[in-house]
Design a protein around this ligand. Structure first.
Ligand SMILES: Nc1ncnc2c1ncn2[C@@H]1O[C@H](COP(=O)(O)OP(=O)(O)OP(=O)(O)O)[C@@H](O)[C@H]1O
Ligand SMILES: [Mg+2]
Length: 494
């Protein structure tokens, strides 16, 4: 069964809930009332038979766990939100809500805390941006301080989320400000002083501004952690706690990611209240099924030659945008140099590049001037470039979650893509987790990989969860994730 109401106890699981206000049940720090319920079930949604709802959920593999169940909105037509919230969707000419949107919107608009887990490229950004905008517009209290805060692990992802939010801001007349490390503080400061409704930020720069008293998050009543597992697991739980603790205690909190490892469940519990979890697809770690995954069993020394051959083939095609992932910054630099010398049109992006260089690389790649981007994991999460056709893992990543995010840079929205991964003997301890991801997606598993996975190497080290990099609060996350701020640490990773 792919859908469920885990605690249903046989009660009428598919009935919609009537309009209600949950805000009264929570402790408030500020005097102003927060209006969390901005959702009215439309007649179209309400009039569907239980069977139809059940069928839709099964077909789209939607599972809902939590105290409440609200019917998904299967079409845009039945989403009863103001015109300003539908305008960007109309402009984009989307045909119908993606499953995560269909199920998240009713819950998020009703004021529930939630965790949304859905495959890469499935439209999670709209799942939280639309309710954020409606939430702010629904408040009586007007303030110049941010009412919605969206935290994301990297600078580029912050910029991207801001762009999506800006599509709504125009129609809703809201101000969005983006703050992240690596860029001069002056401009960002001025933007903040000009007033802000939606603040999109990396945690490090935000903390700096909070400490400088440039900005306060005390009015934040809608908080989103995008790439939540990464945010919680980057070893900067204390910083996250610091920020979250200063938002309104009666806030609504949402977390989204394509992966939801057990390790972060407890952390999530401490920031969410009676939350509802929406899961699309398999409950376990899984990749986007529209990606054709090819594993190349290679020797470390063969990798460069194999890559050149692969790129020769790929570059012959017109549709050839390719992202190549490597483990280290130094590795990225040296590979970029080699490929450049071999006349390939490459740019590179990693934590040692200046923000200007990073943005330039991404621009050249997006425009297609340089169709090959070499990157560390700084580009593995969230980046949405529609026409990336190929992902190549030159180095196998640290864990299978990162694998899923990396390959997820292709096959965005309705597109498809290919992921090529070089796997060496040294990667053998990660074979078991990779085999699981491949099998779940019905992909070919090379014999040698299967052998590795069956050998002692494949034994899980931490109760089934392998080798996740933890920077243990060392501060390394700042550098690793582009949050270079005054507290920047020497521990460098990507
Ligand atoms: N309803 C829709 N129909 C078609 N395309 C959509 C729809 N909603 C969003 N998209 C498009 O899908 C693409 C991927 O969206 P988005 O970046 O939000 O994915 P994501 O789920 O956050 O992926 P990731 O896990 O990699 O962060 C975007 O280009 C977006 O414009
Ligand atoms: Mg995303």
């Amino acid at each position: 069964m792919t859908y469920s109401r885990y605690d249903s106890g046989g009660k009428g699981s598919w009935e919609y809930k009537s309009r209600r206000d949950r805000s009264d049940s929570r402790e408030r720090r500020n005097d102003s009332k927060i209006y969390k319920n901005c959702y009215e079930v439309s007649d179209i949604t309400a009039n569907r038979s239980d069977n139809e709802v059940q069928q839709y959920m099964e077909q789209n593999e939607i599972a809902v766990k939590g105290e409440e169940f609200l019917r998904p909105v299967q079409t845009f037509q039945e989403l009863s939100v103001p015109a300003y919230a539908l305008a960007p969707i109309k402009r984009n000419k989307f045909e119908k809500p993606t499953p995560i949107q269909a199920q998240s919107w009713p819950l998020a608009l009703s004021g529930y805390d939630m965790v949304g887990v859905a495959q890469t490229g499935s439209g999670k950004t709209y799942s939280f941006v639309l309710p954020a905008v409606v939430h702010i517009k629904n408040q009586e209290q007007k303030t110049r301080e941010p009412q919605a805060l969206i935290l994301s692990p990297t600078r580029e992802l912050c910029q991207q989320i801001s762009q999506v939010a800006s599509e709504f801001a125009r129609d809703a007349n809201l101000k969005i400000v983006t703050v992240y490390g690596g860029a001069p503080k002056g401009d960002q400061k001025r933007a903040l002083y000009g007033g802000v409704d939606i603040l999109v930020a990396t945690p490090g720069r935000l903390i700096d501004f909070m400490e400088m008293r440039v900005i306060s998050v005390r009015e934040v009543s809608f908080l989103v952690l995008d790439e939540a597992d990464r945010m919680l697991d980057m070893g900067f739980a204390p910083q996250m706690k610091d920020i979250i603790r200063k938002t309104r205690s009666d806030r609504q909190t949402l977390m989204f990611s394509a992966t939801w490892p057990k390790e972060v469940h407890k952390l999530a519990d401490s920031y969410l209240t009676d939350y509802i979890k929406v899961n699309i697809g398999a409950q376990d770690l899984h990749a986007n099924h529209k990606i054709n995954q090819v594993i190349h069993m290679v020797d470390e020394r063969e990798k460069t030659g194999r890559l050149n051959k692969l790129l020769d083939e790929i570059m012959r095609a017109e549709d050839n945008k390719t992202i190549i992932f490597v483990e280290t910054k130094r590795g990225a630099e040296s590979l970029a140099r080699n490929l450049y010398n071999d006349q390939f049109p490459v740019v590179a992006m990693h934590g040692d590049k200046s923000q200007h260089e990073r943005e330039y690389a991404l621009k050249e790649f997006k425009s297609g001037k340089k169709p090959i981007l070499i990157a560390t994991d700084v580009a593995s999460r969230g980046i949405d470039i529609r026409d990336i056709r190929y992902v190549i893992n030159f180095d196998y990543p640290n864990n299978s979650e990162d694998y899923v995010h990396r390959i997820g840079r292709t096959a965005r929205s309705n597109a498809t893509g290919d992921a090529h991964t070089f796997f060496t003997r040294a990667n053998a301890p990660k074979a078991r987790d990779l085999v699981k991801v491949l099998e779940e997606a019905g992909q070919n598993v090379p014999r040698e990989l299967l052998d590795y996975s069956r050998q002692a190497y494949g034994k899980p080290r931490y109760g089934g969860y392998q080798g996740r990099p933890r920077s243990g609060g060392s501060g390394g996350w700042r550098e690793a994730w582009g949050d270079s701020s005054s507290r920047s640490h020497s521990h460098k990773k990507f």
